[in-house]
Write a protein that binds this ligand. Sequence first.
Ligand SMILES: [Zn+2]
Length: 1030
Amino acid sequence: MNVNQSVPPVPSFGQPQPVYPGYHQSSYGGQSGSTAPTIPYGAYNGPVSGYQQTPPQGMSRAPPSSGAPPTSTAQAPCGQAAYGQFGQGDVQNGPSSTVQMQRLPGSQPFGSPLAPVGNQPAVLQPYGPPPTSAQVTAQLSGMQISGAVAPAPPSSGLGYGPPTSLASASGSFPNSGLYGSYPQGQAPPLSQAQGHPGIQTPQRSAPSQASGFTPPASGGPRLPSMTGPLLPGQSFGGPSVSQPNHVSSPPPQALPPGTQMTGPLGPLPPMHSPQQPGYQPQQNGSFGPTRGPQPNYGSPYPAAPTFGSQSGPQPLPPKRLDPDAIPSPIQVIEDDRNNRGTEPFVTGVRGQVPPLVTTNFLVKDQGNASPRYIRCTSYNIPCTSDMAKQAQVPLAAVIKPLARLPPEEASPYVVDHGESGPLRCNRCKAYMCPFMQFIEGGRRFQCCFCSCINDVPPQYFQHLDHTGKRVDAYDRPELSLGSYEFLATVDYCKNSKFPSPPAFIFMIDVSYNAIRTGLVRLLCEELKSLLDFLPSLLDQIPEMFADTRETETVFVPVIQAGMEALKAAECAGKLFLFHTSLPIAEAPGKLKNRDDRKLINTDKEKTLFQPQTGAYQTLAKECVAQGCCVDLFLFPNQYVDVATLSVVPQLTGGSVYKYACFQVENDQERFLSDLRRDVQKVVGFDAVMRVRTSTGIRAVDFFGAFYMSNTTDVELAGLDGDKTVTVEFKHDDRLNEESGALLQCALLYTSCAGQRRLRIHNLALNCCTQLADLYRNCETDTLINYMAKFAYRGVLNSPVKAVRDTLITQCAQILACYRKNCASPSSAGQLILPECMKLLPVYLNCVLKSDVLQPGAEITTDDRAYVRQLVTSMDVAETNVFFYPRLLPLTKSPIESTTEPPAVRASEERLSNGDMYLLENGLNLFLWVGASVQQGVVQSLFSVSSFSQITSGLSVLPVLDNPLSKKVRGLIDSLRAQRSRYMKLIVVKQEDKLEMLFKHFLVEDKSLSGGASYVDFLCHMHKEIRQLLS
Ligand SMILES: [Zn+2]
């Protein structure tokens, strides 16, 4: 029963954690214990919805077939419907128990260790400095701008490759499946030390990801209990725990902080009475013509914005709103860094909004999962579904279960309960966590999720202290931390058998194009250094196929073969598939070229995002059943139908990489870097994830790269440390302010070393009866992450315009609800934005004009499908920079400065032709050179004597021994290291042809494809809000 006692490699929990040596929280979780006994147990409201009890039957997997690695053409039968059950019956829920549960009458909050809400002033204010009531007042005529803009949330993200030009070619390929299974007990070869792949993030060297793959240092002696000073935020119950860096909200009557702006929209309509019904809440999930007539918005923007004209006869060139007077992402990011980047974020307080993803901060786990694992759209959930509908703020969590951590933060501790396995609630199967309430002297505990009363098994018994808390609470990760792991017992394994270590299989396209471009030779060379066995075969492949004329390729049979090989080896694993062309050869999964840009802006546009045949989905299901994750590396010279080819990677938790018009000399660094990183990634295999919630809310929708065969279990053939699963919640019932709402994410997976583990993340949120509390505790970056994923999935089934309109409507409703219910009465001509959402318009506009929702002429169908697929599993930091790229001036800061230069807003207006800028969005990296850059600078960086001699489109800077060259190259390296994919550099000269490409990323400006400028969009949003309010 002791934590970590039987398994040597498991670190002892008692070990002081790297970050904060020992802690002793006398008040943590305890205080409510004293009340718990008096008010017995919670009400049992019937079976928890969502939980389905399944008999502990093993999963039905096809028996290992004798399939051999070489390409087989047989189409696999697809009868693995049984996999889903597996997750429920014996996996996620463990062995079905027969233990009886008790339900006591009387309803009563289960008394989680959380402080009653009363103690938690409804003042938690998300970000920022003092209650800045940032106001931006811009009067239409006269355009007076007053007030300063206060800080708001930030962003970060990814992109896609440069437009690909299509060459004509037809591909084909016999395929040689290289099959390398890792030696027993070893993680995939390349990773030095299993589980500790050399993560290439500079500042985060070690793969702190302990993710169970490599236990953090082996267990030292166990400390009896951790002692230490009470940390900030640690006391749960104390009266008004003030949140570090949070500001108290103003007195009730005071105007909640918000950004106000008097609209430039013409004559102000009279204010209407507050009771005005206003607008109709819109069903969250439906796309469609929910909004009223919309003057021109959504379709390409007219040259002069026409919105606003509705209220007055003045379609004259409207005066421009001063861009400096509208909320600036740069300012918000900067303010958050200054205000919240200095102190660690301590997770002991329920409902705390974490610092922005763009802020560097350390996390101390004191009972809730780190924001690196879970971020929410709001940390304060409306108590009722009516309130939630009124506000239209989606309630969602972006979860990255295996997130990498910086080296300063401890990886989750691993808990071993021996043969009895993890302790769980008998009814809802939630795992033991800090919010479970021990009662009756410690003999029983009440489940914080479903209120069921459970017996404490004798071996787990412990006495309670005077506050009702177990005296060993701080010796046990599962009683004191937000995140931890359990070693799984054999009951959590397929067929009741511990898994074999996963295998990696490389499957290389050796068709004409692949050979001609040098890809095969390059790849084989690289693999030799990555795998030191199989060298001879790798030497032979390029020779064997050197003279191939084969241009037709197959795809489905290749994956099929790899999967069969894993099946035969009875293990999970990953296929690395290298492919060049549309699979047109006669074989299962054969595709046609159906690229048709004429479908854009028609009702059939959605077909461009849908797979052209069901064969891929069928195959993907089989792969998931086998725990076979597929990573796809594409090297297309023309249309390859990414929408179809990416189905298998998408459903198996894999990744897709695309290198259009691949040329060894220009692209090898990018490809090899991506491959190395991918091979070394920490991956959990054959995984099932379940998100449980406390009574009243329920997970209803999921976004990401995975497969679901029922409504609750997220099945992942593989899950790496970069992938997120986004979960949306809806109300089932009324929530309680006092008890708040709880989430528990449980991920069952097989580590690279073949160990079966459960990773648990817990998060407690506040609940509110006042809308203002909701708006004060939102996180716009997470909201945008969710909204982008929602929209990107929507385009599969709805016209793109309808999807855009839905987003706009929802955003307007969110802001109108705030205006109506939370802001003080003011002229309708003022645009008032909630402090935490003041960047919502600018970021939403970036999503609306992204390539998926509003493609430019140079964007290919494959690019759109590719980006759509990538965004689906991005985390919040990635979507942030992807949608609003970072633009860094290079010569403004002192040459000796080693920190990143402060970013400027992504607008052409911010570019000085005497400077150079780096722009990155996580996928793309540009170096823009102004036409008037000093000659000395040009010489130092490019080794040429004048601007005109700089090669446009250059992708590598010369290595020169001078401070500027070193600085810029160092900065580029640093930016690359921060992202999960290698960003190829493109040098763009001012006024050069390539500049168009670069300008596409200046997202505050009007785009060539018709996307609105930030200023125009803000005006439009203001108009929408006014319409809703009138
Ligand atoms: Zn329960």
